[in-house]
Structure formats: C-alpha cells, structure tokens
Design a protein around this ligand. Structure first.
Ligand code: FAD
Ligand code: NAI
Length: 476
C-alpha cells in the first residue's frame, strides 16, 4: 500500500498549490482529483477556478470587451471598422484553449515537483495507527493509500435553487453560462453577485438583453456602498443592464420557448420570459463523497468543514482549505491557505491576514477592494479619514478611454494607518495590489502620498487619493 507524508484531496487552486508547496518542503506528496475536462473524457486538474470559474470567465470578459470596443469605441480613435458578425463558438473555443493550456500546466508542475497525481474520488476510510487511510476511486477501480497528513481541498459547488433546476440547456449554472454557443436574445440572471455581474456583463456586451433579479434590497452589500452606488448607476443607466432588487422569485417554468420567471417586487407581481436563465445565488461547500461522517470530520451548520485559524480540523493531522472552509470563496485565498498549511505541517509559523484578502469584480469598470468599507468602520465605531480621487482627470485613463470611477482610501484618524482601499475604475484588479502591499506593511496614507508614482499611470489616482486623505490633493 502506498504511503505518503501528505495527501491532498482536490486539485483546485487550494489543493494543487498545497501539494506543490508540501513537495517543495520535502514531503512525499500525492494529490487526488476527480475533475474531468469539458468533453468528460480526460482528467482535468485546476478545479473550479481553471475549468469553470476564474480563468474561463476572464477569457469571455475580454472577448466581449473587445467586441464592444470594436463596435462602440474604436470610431473615436479614428478607426473605421465595421463589425458584421460575432462568432460565439470561436470565442468559446478560444476560452477552451486557455483552460486546456492551464489545466495541463498543473500536470507539468506536479511532475516537476514530484507530486504524485492520482485521478479519482478521494474518501476517508479510517486509520491505521497514526496514518489516515484514503480510498481513491477511479470509476470503480479502487485503491487505498495512507497518509500522515491529509489536506481536504474539495472546493464548492453552485447553490441550487430548487424551483429552478439547472439543465445547462436553458437554465444554467456557471458551467453552462460559460459555454453558450450563441448569444441569447433575452438573458435572465438570478442573483446579482459576482457571477451574475460578470456573466451578465459578458452577454450584455455581446448583444443580449440582460435582466438580473436580486433578492437583497441593497446592491453589492459586501462592497463599500459608495462604490456600489457608482457601479449600479454605470451598469444600469450607461450599460443598460436591468437590475431588479428586493425580488422574490415565485416560479420558474422551463418550457419549449424558453424560461418564464414569475416574481414579486415591492408587492407587485411580475413575469419575464427569457431564452436562457443563469442561476448564480452563491456556492456551497463540497463535501459529498468524502465519507467525512464515518471518521467524525466536523462541519458547521452551513456545511463548511470546521477549522481553526490555522486550517486544522477537529481530527489530528487533517487540515482543510479553500472554498470548503469559512472565509471568502476566492482562488487566491484558497492558494494562500494551501501554502500556509504545508508550511505549518513543516513546523513553520506562516501568517495569513483575512483583512488583506483583496476582492476583484471584473466588470467594466472593474471593482476592487481590500480591508474595511466605510460602513464597517462606522459600525465598529472606528474614527477614520477619507481621501478620494477620480479617474476623470487622469491622463492615462483618458488616453485609455476609461476615465470612469474613483479610488477611495480610508485611514485611521489618529495614526493614518490604511484601513481600507476601494477602487472602481480601469485596471482596478491590478491597482489593488499596491493597496494590499501597503496594508501588509502597515503603511499610512501619507506613505503612499510620499511614494513616487510613474506618470502618466492609473496608479497616480491612488497617489492622489492618499494625498487627499491628508487634505493636500494636488489635482483635486
Ligand atoms: P475548487 O477550485 O472548487 O477545487 C476543488 C477540486 O476538488 C475540484 O477539482 C474537484 O473536482 C475536486 N474534488 C472534490 N471532491 C473530491 C473528492 N472527493 N475526491 C477528489 N477530488 C475531489 N475566484 C477568484 O479569486 N477570482 C475570480 O476571478 C473568480 N472567478 C470565478 C468565476 C466563477 C464563474 C466561479 C464559479 C468562481 C470564481 N472564483 C473566482 C472562485 C474560485 O473559483 C474558487 O474560490 C476556487 O476555485 C476555490 O478553490 P478550491 O481549491 O478551494 O476549490
Ligand atoms: P454571490 O454570493 O457573489 O452572490 C449571490 C447573490 O445571489 C447575492 O447577491 C444574493 O443576495 C443573491 N441571491 C441569493 N438567493 C437568491 C434568490 N433566491 N433570488 C435572488 N437572488 C438571490 O454568489 P455567486 O455570484 O454565485 O458567486 C459565488 C462565489 O464565487 C462568489 O461569492 C465569489 O466568492 C466567487 N466568485 C468570485 C469572482 C471574482 O473573484 N471575481 C467571480 C465569480 C465568482
């Protein structure tokens, strides 16, 4: 029977990174994964993120941005192109190519780092002395391996809406939404969360009439509300996304001609017919098939595997990371937990700060933040200063034709230490990195204000917001 120091179950961004780091630290490591490619005929490493999440969604976002720019933005640059057709199949094929490149790259990384890659469903069997026994089930061909340490990284799956069962023909989850081979004339989306906004944006830019139905009365409740208000205005008024808040979905009828959704909003009954409907109402931890109960692996009331701050479960030498445990469901959070667990197994004392996990929403303009929102600071009674600067007068943003939005820096009223940075604007996904570094190094807003930022760059807006926090903006 094969024995390992570390066995990782799941090869998403949490699991594959944990396996590589464990192997780098000299542990004999195996990683079990049951993921298959889009055709269903070969294993595919990389989990949700690489196969049906972060990477394919960003590929489609870019294709749709290019299409939209060619149609609407090139003319003002003096470029005369006539866009006659859009080939959704080609866009999907490009996306599939990127996915295949990256998922097969993980196999290469496993080989390079001497991680044994095992295809199949991993589940707990029991213990043999100090060693955990794990069964690997490859379509009925079973083997049991033993491990000193087990890292569970089985990720998450879409939260189902029982009245709208996904068939990935008319009613779609993230997988279906990323694989439409034609642009639906009328697209409905249930949930205005991150997937709803990103996928809604893709298909809207490609020509769909998009209606997003959101249960919550507030838009983007987790984001800073000033950013959320700006985003709502841009998405609805300028981009034409129809977003209904405070909606109660009453029935969903998946018929021959499409999907009819009946819902109530402010006590008023409404009905909308769509060609396709995306259901994106959050994700739930995936522990199915782990046989967790048999070994007494504890979960919380929402089904997440219970872990302490160090990602230790209630079982000795069993760890859990990523979407299957508490905290934001983000790839970089999962990966960082993977690194940290491998290093803890090695006896090191690595650090993880939930307060500096950045969020990015890849809409246009992009939205990114790190640290506290104004609403959180108010609720916690923390006295803060605020510095804000817009992209409207930034030379680089104007040159890019993307001068919407602003940067807001929140710093402590007494120490000026940065508490939160909120960006809506071009390349917010890249700009937020400076804010994360600053917060990790306990920088003050003044520190950013005194650092030289290249001209002309978008980062000058962050610089200007830092100066504004000290009431000495130069261009505001
Ligand atoms: P997963 O990526 O879900 O991987 C879990 C793996 O475990 C899978 O390969 C699964 O097959 C395998 N597995 C499960 N059970 C077993 C078992 N019993 N035996 C063997 N294998 C098993 N996050 C970002 O940070 N940025 C983004 O831009 C972003 N975009 C997203 C877009 C979409 C449409 C979606 C759906 C998600 C997006 N996310 C994004 C979230 C991100 O994908 C997840 O946070 C991330 O994939 C979680 O990583 P993980 O390793 O915990 O789990
Ligand atoms: P989400 O949690 O972001 O949003 C779900 C939305 O659906 C919420 O606004 C919620 O109020 C709403 N909702 C819930 N039940 C509803 C109902 N019955 N009717 C109408 N609305 C309802 O979840 P989403 O968009 O499914 O994404 C899942 C997760 O994937 C995200 O939370 C995020 O962690 C990750 N993700 C990250 C991305 C990124 O980092 N750019 C991109 C896409 C996903």
């Amino acid at each position: 029977m094969s024995q390992f120091d570390v066995v990782v179950i799941g090869a998403g961004p949490g699991g594959y990174v944990a396996a590589i780091r464990a192997a780098q630290l000299g542990f004999k490591t195996a990683c079990i994964d049951a993921g298959v490619n889009k055709a269903g005929d070969a294993p595919a490493l990389g989990g949700t993120c690489l196969n049906v999440g972060c990477i394919p969604s960003k590929a489609l976002l870019q294709s749709s941005e290019n299409y939209h720019a060619a149609q609407h933005d090139f003319a003002e640059h003096g470029i005369d192109v006539s866009v006659n057709a859009f080939d959704a199949k080609k866009m999907i094929a490009r996306k599939d190519g990127i996915v295949t490149k990256l998922t097969s790259g993980i196999g290469f990384l496993f080989k390079k780092n001497k991680v044994e890659s095992l295809f199949g469903k991993g589940s707990f069997v029991g213990k043999n002395g100090d060693l955990w026994q794990i069964e690997v089930d490859n379509n009925g061909t079973k083997q049991v391996i033993e491990a000193k340490h087990v890292i569970v990284a089985t990720g998450s799956v879409p939260r189902p809406l029982p009245i709208a069962p996904v068939d990935n023909i008319n009613i779609l989850d993230n997988e279906g939404a990323l694989n439409l081979n034609a642009v639906p004339a009328r697209l409905g989306v249930i949930g205005s969360g991150v997937i709803g906004l990103e996928m809604g944006s893709v298909w809207k830019r490609l020509g769909s009439e998009v209606t997003i139905l959101e249960a919550a009365p507030a838009f983007m409740a987790a984001a800073d509300q000033q950013v959320a208000k700006e985003a709502f205005k841009i998405f609805t008024k300028e981009q034409g996304l129809k977003i209904e808040l405070g909606v109660a979905i009453e029935s969903v009828n998946n018929g021959k001609g499409g999907v009819t959704v009946k819902y109530a909003v402010n006590g008023e009954q409404r009905s909308e017919a769509f060609d396709k409907l995306i259901v994106a109402i959050g994700r739930v931890p995936n522990t199915a098939g782990l046989n967790a109960e048999a070994v007494g692996l504890e979960k919380d009331e929402r089904g997440f595997i219970k872990v302490d701050d160090d990602c230790r479960t209630n079982l000795p030498n069993v760890w859990a990371i990523g979407d299957v445990v508490r905290g934001p469901m983000l790839a970089h959070k999962a990966s960082e937990e993977g690194v940290i667990v491998a290093e803890r197994i090695d006896g090191q004392l690595p650090h993880f700060d939930f307060n500096t996990v950045p969020w990015v929403i890849y809409t246009h303009p992009e939205i990114a933040w790190v640290g506290k929102t104004e609403e959180q600071l108010k609720a916690e009674g923390v006295a803060y200063k605020k510095g804000q600067s817009g992209f409207a007068a930034n030379g680089r943003a104007l040159g890019l034709g993307a001068a919407q939005g602003f940067v807001k820096i929140l710093s402590a009223a007494d120490s000026d230490r940065i508490l939160g940075v909120h960006i809506i604007g071009p390349m917010a996904s890249e700009l937020i990195a400076e804010a994360v570094v600053s917060m990790e190094f306990s920088a003050s807003a003044e520190d950013i204000g005194r650092i030289i930022h290249a001209h002309p760059t978008l980062s000058e807006v962050l610089h200007e917001a830092a100066l504004a926090a000290d009431k000495r903006a130069l261009h505001g």
